[in-house]
Every structure is written in structure tokens, then in C-alpha cells.
Design a protein around this ligand. Structure first.
Ligand code: ADP
Length: 306
């Protein structure tokens, strides 16, 4: 009986042991599955986080780029708007004042028949200067409109730049009654192939600016010479000068310096834009630098033939 009981106990022990081994093996399998599942979930979670961070960064970059571009174009629009407003104000002034002063001169001449000859001559001369100013202004406006509308075809004339420069200096000297001292070194008969009217406008605009943006009795040096395949025109004034940060901007359409001295001077901000565009059409260039001790130097290089 005792033996029987013992073998029964042994049987239960062995069955439990074998069940335990079986359970441990099962637990181990479940554990491994569990671990691999955890790893899989962890991997998926990390890749989702990476994806969210990636998408978020791309979105942020796009947002920053769009904001920057919008801000940039807004600023540009504001600048163009301000320049157009300035242009309208200056053009109105530029048109109104010569018309008004010519009208006064003509009214005086018709009312006062007894005026002495020299007074009559002075009034007539002033009116002609006013008309010349108006004419130059209208020419500049038309030229700028043609260049912008791409309807401007440059002619290929043989242009005597020496003559153009000399005549431009004489005309300005007349208008400003010799109030500036011109020191000119202009080599005779320097020719380039190009558009005579357009190149005259380049030289006239630069000579006029040198006078406008300097004070009475100051010296202006002008030179014209050949350099290899190019012709070099240089004009140096002792005027107000141009700050470095403005040197590029002055060639933009309607741009005028904010300096008080130059603001008080008549102008529309079209001259240097025309100079730049016409020289580009002639495959030439214009550069501006400081003069010593003050003022600016404009240097123009034009190929002798296009
Ligand atoms: P405008 O003379 O009609 O204003 P420009 O296009 O010729 O127009 O010149 C643009 C601006 O550049 C001028 O308003 C002036 O502020 C500046 N500028 C041009 N030439 C000179 C110069 N020689 N010295 C100083 N400032 C100049």
C-alpha cells in the first residue's frame, strides 16, 4: 500500500515537473514573441516620430521661405510704390516750373513794350533754357519708355564722341552760366559705332549730374580717350558724393538719394537708369567710385564697335 502511494506521488511529481518544463518553454516562446512585438512597435513608433519631425521641418522650412519671399516682395512693392510717388511728385514739379516761368517771361514781354534790350534778351534766353529743359525731360521719358517696351532698336551710326562731349559741356555751361570750372582732356575725333541720339543722352546725363550734384565754382574733370578696343569717358566732380550702399541703387529706375542736398535738386531719377540701359545695349558699362577728397567719378567704357 505504501509502495503504491509512493509511486502515485512520484507520478504526480513527474507530471508537474514535465508540465513546468512545458510551461517554461511556452513562456519563453511568448516572451520572445512579446520582445519582438515590443521591438516592432518601438521601431514603428520611432519611424512615426521621425516622419512627424521630418514633415514638420519641411513644413517649417516651406513656411519660412514663403514668409521671407512674401516679405521681400512686399518690401519691393513698397519701394516701387514710394519711387513712383516720388517720380510723380518730381515730374509734376519738373514740368510745372519751366512752363510757369516761361509764361511769366512771355506775359512780361507782351505787357512791357518799353523794356530795355538787355532785359528782353535775358527773358528770352531764360525761356529758351526752360524749353531746353522740358525738351530734355520729354526725351528722357520717351527713351525710358522705349527701352522698357523693348521697342528701342539701336542704330549703328559712326558717332564722334569727342564732338558729342564738347557740345554737351558747352550746352551745360550755357545753362548754368559757367558756374562750374570744367577741366577737359578730350582727345579729338574719337569714334564709336552706336546710336548717336542714345549716346548723346548718356554723356549729357552724366555731365548734367556732375553739375547738379556739386556746388558753384567747383571743378569738374572730364576726359575721353581710347584704350585698346574700347573708348573710355570719365567725369569726376567734387560734389556731394554717393555713399557706398547707394552706388548700385542709383542706376535703378526713379531712384533718387535720400540725402537732403541731392533731394533739393531737380530731377526724376531716370537719367542713370537710361545711362545704364543704353550702355548695356552697346555692350558697354558704367562704374561709379569716390573722388578724392570728395565727390564722385563716373567711368564709362564703350567698345569701339558693337
Ligand atoms: P536725377 O538726377 O534726375 O535725380 P539720376 O538717375 O540721374 O536722376 O540720378 C539718380 C540719383 O543719383 C540722383 O537723384 C542723385 O541722388 C544721385 N547722383 C547721380 N549723379 C550724382 C553725382 N554726380 N553726385 C552725387 N549724386 C549723384
Amino acid at each position: 500500500m505504501e509502495k503504491k502511494e509512493l509511486s502515485h506521488l512520484n507520478y504526480i511529481y513527474q507530471r508537474n515537473t514535465s508540465q513546468n518544463v512545458e510551461n517554461t518553454a511556452k513562456t519563453k516562446v511568448i516572451d520572445m514573441e512579446y520582445q519582438s512585438n515590443i521591438k516592432k512597435i518601438d521601431k514603428e513608433y520611432r519611424s512615426k516620430i521621425n516622419m512627424i519631425i521630418g514633415e514638420g521641418s519641411v513644413f517649417l522650412i516651406i513656411l519660412l521661405v514663403v514668409t521671407f519671399k512674401m516679405n521681400h516682395s512686399l518690401q519691393r512693392e513698397n519701394r516701387v510704390h514710394l519711387q513712383q510717388k516720388n517720380f510723380l511728385l518730381s515730374i509734376t514739379h519738373e514740368l510745372r516750373s519751366p512752363i510757369a516761368s516761361s509764361k511769366v517771361a512771355l506775359q512780361t514781354l507782351t505787357k512791357r513794350k518799353d523794356l530795355p534790350r538787355d532785359k528782353v534778351d535775358m527773358l528770352l534766353c531764360n525761356s529758351i533754357n526752360d524749353m531746353d529743359r522740358l525738351h530734355a525731360l520729354v526725351e528722357n521719358l520717351l527713351l525710358a519708355a522705349k527701352i522698357d517696351g523693348h521697342s528701342f532698336q539701336i542704330r549703328k551710326d559712326a558717332c564722334n564722341l569727342s564732338e558729342i562731349t564738347n557740345s554737351s559741356i558747352s550746352k551745360i555751361n550755357e545753362t548754368y552760366e559757367g558756374s562750374r570750372i570744367f577741366e577737359a582732356d578730350i582727345k579729338p575725333d574719337i569714334f564709336v559705332v552706336g546710336d548717336r541720339m542714345a549716346l548723346t543722352s548718356v554723356i549729357t546725363n552724366l555731365v548734367e549730374n556732375a553739375v547738379k550734384y556739386s556746388v558753384d565754382a567747383s571743378t569738374i574733370n572730364v576726359s575721353l580717350c581710347e584704350q585698346g578696343k574700347d573708348v573710355v569717358f570719365k567725369i569726376a566732380d567734387n560734389g556731394f558724393g554717393i555713399p557706398d550702399k547707394e552706388k548700385k541703387k542709383i542706376f535703378h529706375k526713379f531712384y533718387r538719394l535720400g540725402q537732403e542736398e541731392t533731394r533739393q535738386t531737380k530731377g526724376t531719377g531716370l537719367g542713370l537708369y537710361i545711362v545704364y540701359r543704353i550702355l548695356s545695349l552697346h555692350k558697354g558699362k558704367v562704374i561709379v567710385r569716390d573722388n578724392k577728397p570728395k565727390g564722385s567719378i563716373f567711368e564709362v567704357v564703350i567698345p569701339k564697335s558693337i
